[in-house]
Design a protein around this ligand. Sequence first.
Ligand code: UD1
Length: 428
Amino acid sequence: MYKIIIQKSENLRGAVEVGGSKNAVLPLMAATLLTEEPCIISGVPNLKDVDVMCRLLGSFGAVVDVDQAAAQIRVDASNIVSSVAPPELVKAMRASIVSMGPLLARTGKAGIPLPGGCAIGDRPIDLHIKGFIALGADVEMVGDENDDGFVTACAARMRGAEMYLDFASVGATENIMMAAALAEGTTIIENPAQEPEIVDLANFLNKMGARIRGAGTDVIRIEGVSRLHGAEHSVIPDRIEAGTFMLAAAITRSSVLVGNMLPNHVMPITAKLRECGVLIKEEGTGLRVDATRGVLRATDIKTLPYPGFPTDIQPQFMAFLTTVPGPSNVIETVFENRFMHIEELNRMNAGIIEAGRRAILKGGAALRGADVRATDLRAGAALVLAGLAAEGTTEVTDVFHIDRGYDNLVGKLAELGARIKRVRRSES
Ligand code: UD1
């Protein structure tokens, strides 16, 4: 058990390199199940969620070789021995659900325990299931999400179909895209998710021989093929990690170069920081984020599917906004319960009022260090950022949430000059 100890840190400086995207690499790894030939994925971040996905692929019979030094993973899924996901892995990582589409397409069946609710909301999987049914699968559900539910899907060979997603779900779009890649005929997904991770997955699938057009737009068209082959792919940079470092610069009123990233993927974050008066310009392989000049001002944010403002950066942006003079509103529309960080931030004197899906910030808070708990991955990152701006010492516990999705967050912030360390809970 670890905790992170943070002291107020002014004047961060230098450059930080963003790693490969967590939300891109997980579906890419699942996609390797679609072929009996080996695949190589590079630029893989060192994350707990990646470990879980390695174990999940292994449980299906895939041979997974991780070369940590080279940040590379090789998956050989020539021999699939099981199509049922182990409950402990699905519990550890909800994104395990994206193994279902590829398993179904490759083996004709897939079984998964219902992932159930999690810290940030109920997160149902109805859209995934509707997609599989539209592709001709028989889907059976036993129990429900609160009662050891289990879902199985079977289809000898799926058939292409036209479908409309009621909500542009990232996971459902990925699952349907992977299943449809090996279906017979054409699939059209209307109102799919348009996140960069969807485009990255489509690019990988196309390298494997799939025929997918329109990923990243509001209609995806997939011409099914009878088999896919092995391929090599490099993961896109993590736009949420990039955004987190942009906010580290902003909350500490510093100037930092956030390198190895794709500026167009963080456009909504850049736009909102600029509205607050933070200077941002392209430099080298990334963005220079300069919050050292002028007086910052508050702005409102509202989370939306891409290209709207990302829900995964809402907690970190909220931490920043608490320090900016003037009132602001943060509205969460993607998840129904993604404000668990408010109580923790308020322990640090953040002055936030929660009103349903709206958080009302009075702004200009003098944050004070406190003992706080990471309630989920991005909430944990928000507390670390708040700790950088707070007087005194902040201790963040339940750090395992942060390890799920940040590769060496503490080390990278320390490199920038932050006064931050990670210690075992018995030490201090
Ligand atoms: C992915 C990301 C997560 C991000 C989220 C939204 C990964 C591994 N995770 O999660 O970091 O926060 O996108 O950008 O990529 N929904 C339904 N029915 C469904 C599926 C989803 O109602 O069948 C709802 C969810 O409850 C939620 C919303 O749709 O309210 C968004 O979920 P979705 O886009 O599916 O997120 P994930 O793929 O789980």
